[in-house]
Ligand binder design. Structure first.
Ligand code: NAD
Ligand code: MG
Length: 392
């Protein structure tokens, strides 16, 4: 029986994780659940899964949740804020921690799980984009196991030999092929992109996800963040990572070996597959995902990505090549720009402009300390807000 903490349990990944866990009450037990501000959502999950601890981001939501739990006679203890998240991530009885908070806000809780030596099921790619080197060093130092949940990285992990993440060259890997759907605007006329709405951007053709990652998929910043994520997870130089547009989202990614073999992982686009894989690894469990109907799929297409259409992808490649603080700046500027777009304060096509200008305004030196990275993150948000305002 494994105890599990789900950070970000009310989100898209969190809900899918609880769906898989609920299918295996003999194998998994929920230790802690956390949410930002969705008191009703977390209350319902506490009723169903009876965790020891529930965490809300702010005190007021925490008080509401605690009161509602008491009224229902549920003994779950309520904690609040970053301290609460870190406590939930490091609970002694939590063997596994699902890191599924969105954005850089997920970094410190995920790091707490790493430092407690947990098996970390990592969905929060932004943690690696902001602090990849430090995150992987801490995992090594504390014996934490990082299992990728992002479907592409989970696919790559499945296509590598068991110890393959350590030294790609020694294991005969030539390239990592990260597939990308191209999002909802892959074929939209370029001139129409400046007036697309948040709802159009969030209407992903193949995946149902939270709104931030959905916008990232529409700009392809998501794939850019994933290139950086793959760089840290698999110790792969950016030149060894090729992005392949594959509109059907059936191949979740591939690994090419020096003998010419290309291994791919396929399946229906449903995050419960990578979640179940990482929960059970190295075993396999049912995830609730149906068989892939190849006759229905019928055809698999591939295209090279168009960097004109998707400038965010180019910016991400440039940031990882520049190194230092550039990826952290890229990420924070993108979070600000996407939030402004979702609030209808910024045009879709200005997301990349805000990221680009913010990167140009800030120095991208070498900073490896956590405090240094958090300072850069905060400073970037201020600059990006200014740039976004100037675009109105
Ligand atoms: P979501 O917006 O649906 O859920 C986010 C969760 O984090 C919610 O539970 C929310 O309450 C919590 N949260 C948000 N801000 C917080 C804060 N400041 N403090 C504490 N908690 C906070 O997002 P999602 O789509 O589930 O994505 C979660 C992470 O997984 C992201 O990093 C995303 O890139 C990654 N991911 C998601 C998918 C997917 O299919 N949804 C696929 C691959 C990777
Ligand atoms: Mg992905």
């Amino acid at each position: 029986m494994k105890g599990i903490t789900v950070l970000g349990s009310t989100g898209s990944i969190g809900v899918s994780t609880l769906d898989v866990i609920a299918r295996h009450p003999d194998k998994y037990r929920v230790e802690a659940l956390t949410a930002n501000s969705d008191v009703d959502g977390l209350l319902e999950q506490c009723q169903r899964f009876r965790p020891k601890v529930a965490v809300m981001a702010d005190e007021e939501s925490g008080r509401h949740l605690a009161k509602a739990l008491t009224e229902k006679g549920i003994p779950t203890e309520v904690l609040c804020g970053l301290r609460g998240l870190e406590t939930a991530a490091a609970m002694p009885d939590a063997d596994y921690v699902m890191a599924a908070i969105v954005g850089a806000a997920g970094l410190l809780p995920a790091l707490a799980a790493v430092r407690a030596g947990k098996r970390v099921l990592l969905a929060n790619k932004e943690a690696l984009v902001v602090a990849g080197r430090l995150f992987m060093q801490e995992a090594e130092a504390h014996g934490a196991e990082i299992l990728p949940i992002d479907s592409e990285h989970n696919a790559v992990f499945q296509c590598l030999p068991p110890d393959g993440c350590r030294d790609l060259e020694m294991r005969g890997v030539r390239r990592i092929l990260l597939t990308a759907s191209g999002g909802p605007f892959r074929t939209t006329p370029l001139a129409a992109l400046k007036s697309v709405t948040p709802d159009q951007a969030c209407a992903h053709p193949n995946w149902e996800m939270g709104r931030k990652i959905s916008v990232d998929s529409a700009t392809m910043m998501n794939k850019g963040l994933e290139v950086i994520e793959a760089h840290w997870l698999f110790h792969a130089e950016p030149e060894k990572i090729q992005v392949v547009l594959h509109p059907q989202s059936v191949i979740h990614s591939m690994v090419e070996y020096i003998d010419g073999s290309v291994l791919a992982q396929l399946g229906n686009p449903d995050m419960r597959t990578p979640i179940a894989h990482a929960l059970a690894w190295p075993d396999r469990i049912e995830s609730g995902v149906g068989s892939l109907d190849l006759f229905q799929v019928a055809q698999l297409d591939f295209e090279a990505p168009d960097l004109q259409r998707f400038p965010c992808l180019r910016l991400a490649f440039e940031a990882i090549k520049a190194g230092g603080t550039a990826p952290a700046i890229l990420n924070a500027a993108n979070e600000v720009a996407v939030a402004a777009f979702l609030a209808e304060r910024l045009r879709f096509t200005d997301i990349s402009v805000v990221v680009d200008e913010t990167l140009q305004r800030l120095p991208t030196g070498k900073v490896d300390s956590l405090d240094g990275l958090l300072t850069i993150d905060a400073e970037t948000r201020g600059v990006a807000e200014q740039v976004a305002l100037s675009r109105v």
